[in-house]
Design a protein around this ligand. Sequence first.
Ligand code: ADP
Ligand code: MG
Length: 607
Amino acid sequence: MPQQTPPARIALLPEVVRNQIAAGEVIERPASVVKELVENALDAGASEVRVDLEEGGVKLVRVIDNGCGMGAEDLAMAFHAHATSKLQTPEDLDHIASLGFRGEALASMGSVARCTILSRPQEQSTGATVQNVGGKLSEVREAGGAVGTSTEVRDLFFNTPARRRFLKRTSTELSRCLDVIQRAALAHVGVGFVVTHGGKRVFDVEADMDLLARIRRTFGAELAESLVPVEAADGMTHLLGYVAPPRFSRRDTARQMWFLNGRAMRDKVLTRVLRDSYRGFLEEGRQPVAFLQLSIEPAQVDVNVHPAKTEVRLRDSRRLFGFLVHHLREAVRQTDMSTPGESMLLSMQRRENREDPAQAALPNPGPLAAGLQAAPQPGFEVHEVAGRTLSDVIPSQAPATPLDLEEGRKQWTEGDDLRGPFLQIARTYLVRALPDGFEIIDQHALHERTTFEELRQDVRENKVEVQKYLVPELVELSRADVELLSGHMESLTPVGLELAVFGPSTVAVHGLPARLRNPDVEGVVRDLVDVLGRTGKAPGAEDVIEEVLHSSACRSSVMAGDSLTEDEIRSLLLRASALETDQTCPHSRPTKVRFKLPDLERAFHRR
Ligand code: ADP
Ligand code: MG
């Protein structure tokens, strides 16, 4: 007897529901609308893009471009899912050169907002318009308008209240929209952008502004003027951009901007590249600032990994990683690592207020809003000035443009014999006059950096001088730690650490690098155990050696609290000046703080 079939339970979802589900991946918030629409404008070849926002983009996102436009037939297709002009064959997926390709964005937006597209192709005298309100598509009608496309997305999530509840305050949504646009503006030199919010202009860049001018417009002159350029090529791979000195680092990666073939990217691998490039120059937990354009053959990149297309998979990433870190690190070394007085005072003040305005959620809305952020007046005291006075070392004409000062400083440092007079304060700090201000040196930090760099040099050139002990120093450790060390003792010899197992829980230290003055032997060994245990790597690896040397240098520094003669100071400064970089100590505290004339003028309210 034939069994009765149960009623069918599986059915295809209606199209609008499918699109709403897709929208969950592509359109999370107003910033995602902005991103998709701006990408469409750029894919259409626009040279001018205007973005109008209302209520953080929740009420309105409108993007107007002067790109190729769409004819009536294309308009009829634009809101359909998987309708795209950017892919035709499956092979096209292997070398995507456009920003969009999934044909999902407009369909998704149409299903969760009230959308209108008005478009006119280059060659036609009239345009056309089409609407999609929560998945209900209108007819295409003729309409007037300029060449290009205007896409309007109103009342986002008006028909999906659950989604709407996840939206944040207007200012937060606005700042996310601005972040997307600013990234696009940095990625697309040659394209002009204008952004308004509630009818007020909040950001703009002109089409002819280069990358540096765009960075200046977006993040201010201080950052832009401190950047060091990078340019390198490896076959078809090109790297071009700027790195910032370590002092601009932040707690987040918001100012690490990577542009891969014109696409603004956030990617863990690239974050790691930057961290490695700044290793030794940044404090724990800080993220460097950099703006980098990377062009790679499209076939070497898979962008079809995530619906928002902000993640990539890079083929051959090992070689790429090495190439990037090598060239970036070179550039990072060239950045000015001294801490300028003004920014030091500002950061002190922020620390006092326990609130860091530069770290707040809002990205800098650009100079148009800069008037809102009045610079706080630093408190400042000078008790005594020694050494050459400023008037001895700078021309008597009024302090000129920053360029002249820079020039003056160069001349001064070229002929700088690093002679005093020095002023030693609290047996800790050394003060020295410069042509355009003065610097304060942390003698302990500088000594630490110098020892570290010299040690590293010795290890590289395989000529570490070892101070052997007549009687070995014994260090008590746990059995597990002795076990851990015993596996690595041979590879520690080239670093100048001569150890041997002495008992089940004792290690004998027979010698340490001679450069370590009065080392704290037990401290060196404990740090070593710590590094080896934490990294799980053999000490042959360069980063492990670096860490071991860092901590050893730190364990040897005798310069804190030492009163120094002028000769001792001078020899320390000479040693330091011979280094590749002497500007931060191995733990990335600054070694020098520089107060320039503008800092002093501000402190004395002269400007
Ligand atoms: P995708 O960008 O992935 O192709 P979209 O849903 O964003 O998908 O857009 C669908 C299609 O609509 C695009 O492939 C393009 O042909 C057309 N289109 C969208 N926006 C514009 C625009 N601003 N100018 C010209 N054509 C556009
Ligand atoms: Mg698109």
